[in-house]
Design a protein around this ligand. Structure first.
Ligand SMILES: [Zn+2]
Length: 347
C-alpha cells in the first residue's frame, strides 16, 4: 500500500471503489465501498429471470447489504480464494448468498419462498423460528483433494434469544466471536446502490488476533479503547441516505474531519483486492452443471429425463440456462471417469 495523502481529502481527485484508510497513531483501520453497476447488474439479472422476478424490497436490501459486506471482508482479509457470505434462513428467505473472488468478482442470489411485505423486519425474513444461521466460508483457490474450506457459523440472535434486526450486527457478532476483533460495520442498499463502511481495531505490537481478553486489557491501559469507541460511535452516526448518496470522500470527511485519517491507495501492481473495483461475474459453466448432474447419479438423472425429456438447469446467480437431453446425459455418464470433479457444490 502507498500513502497518498496525510493532509485530508482535498488533495484526492477520486478514491478507489473500495477505499482503505487508517487512523494515524491508532490501531484502527477502515474500508469504504459503494457499488452501483455491480449491484444493478445483480438486480437486473434477477428481474429478468422469468422463474423468480425481482426481489421483494426487504430481500433486495438484505442482499445488497450482504454484497457490500462480502466485498469489505474480502478486501480486509485479502484471502486467496472465494469468500462466501451466506444466510440459512428459517423464514421466507431460505438462503441468501454472496460470493466474492480475490479479484472482487461478485455474484449474489437469494431463495425466497412465500409472500414478504414491504416492511418485514430482518428477523421475520430469516429467523422466524430461531433456527437461522449466518456463515462465512473461505474456500482456497487451489484447494487440495480432501481439504475442506474453512467455515465459521453464528446464530442470528443474541445470547438472550433476541433476534438481530440489522445484518451489520450479525457480522459484528461474527467478528467478535470468530476472529476476536472489534469491528464496526454500517451497511445500506437500495435499487441503485449498495454500500458499506467497516472499521476494525487492529491487533497491536505485531501480535495476531489470539490475544483475546488480555489484548483488550492491554489496549485499555493504553487508552486505545477510548479511541476505538469514539471512532465507532462516529461511524455509527452515518445514515443510510448518506452512505448511499454521498461520494466516498464526502462521507469520510463528514465522519472523521476531527480525526487524523490517512487515505491509502494500493499500488496498481500489488495484486491486493483493495486495488480493484468490484464487478459482477458468474462462475457457472456447462461443465460444472454436468458435474452436478453426475452427482445426482444415473438413476435420478434418468427419472428426470423420463418425466421432462431433458434436464433443464438455470443458474440462480446469473440466469444462464443449461439444457441436457438424453444424448448429453448419456455422454456425461459414459465418460464420467474422464470428467473433472466439481470444484464445489455452488455450480
Ligand atoms: Zn451463473
Amino acid at each position: 500500500m502507498q500513502t497518498v495523502s496525510k493532509m485530508g481529502l482535498s488533495k484526492l481527485t477520486k478514491l478507489s471503489p473500495v477505499h482503505p484508510f487508517i487512523f494515524e497513531g491508532l490501531p484502527v483501520r477502515g474500508f469504504l465501498v459503494q457499488m452501483h453497476e455491480t449491484w444493478t447488474e445483480i438486480l437486473s439479472r434477477r428481474r429478468l429471470n422469468p422463474e423468480t422476478g425481482e426481489y421483494p424490497k426487504p430481500v433486495r436490501d438484505l442482499l445488497g447489504e450482504m454484497t457490500a459486506a462480502a466485498v469489505l471482508l474480502q478486501s480486509n482479509i485479502r484471502f486467496d480464494g472465494a469468500l462466501i457470505l451466506q444466510i440459512w434462513g428459517d423464514g421466507p428467505v431460505k438462503v441468501a448468498m454472496v460470493e466474492v473472488q480475490p479479484d472482487l468478482r461478485v455474484r449474489a442470489t437469494a431463495k425466497v419462498v412465500g409472500e414478504i411485505s414491504d416492511n418485514a423486519r430482518l428477523s421475520q425474513l430469516i429467523n422466524l423460528h430461531h433456527q437461522g444461521r449466518c456463515s462465512i466460508t473461505y474456500d482456497p483457490q487451489n484447494r487440495q483433494p480432501g481439504q475442506q474450506p474453512y467455515q465459521g457459523v453464528v446464530p442470528l440472535e443474541r445470547d438472550n434469544g433476541l433476534s438481530y434486526e440489522r445484518f451489520s450486527e450479525i457480522l459484528e457478532q461474527y467478528m467478535r466471536r470468530s476472529e476476536q476483533l472489534d469491528t464496526t460495520i454500517v451497511l445500506a442498499a437500495d435499487d441503485v446502490c449498495c454500500a458499506g463502511i467497516l472499521i476494525q481495531r487492529m491487533p497491536i505490537k505485531g501480535r495476531d488476533n489470539l490475544g483475546g481478553e488480555q489484548l483488550v486489557a492491554e489496549q485499555d491501559a493504553m487508552d486505545l479503547n477510548e479511541d476505538y469507541n469514539r471512532i465507532s460511535i462516529l461511524t455509527n452516526s452515518l445514515t443510510t441516505k448518506e452512505l448511499l448518496t454521498l461520494k466516498s470522500e464526502e462521507i469520510l470527511h463528514r465522519l472523521f474531519w476531527e480525526e487524523r485519517v490517512t487515505h491509502l491507495t494500493p499500488k496498481e501492481d500489488s495484486g491486493a483486492a483493495a486495488t480493484l473495483a468490484p464487478y459482477f461475474g458468474c462462475t457457472c459453466s456447462r461443465a460444472r452443471v454436468g458435474s452436478m448432474i453426475q452427482g445426482l447419479g444415473l438413476e435420478e438423472a434418468q427419472s428426470i429425463l423420463d418425466e421432462r425429456e431433458r434436464i433443464d438447469v438455470s443458474c440462480d446467480f446469473c440466469g444462464a440456462n443449461y439444457l441436457f437431453d438424453a444424448v448429453d446425459t448419456a455422454q456425461l455418464f459414459n465418460h464420467q471417469v474422464l470428467q473433472p470433479p466439481a470444484p464445489d457444490v455452488l455450480q
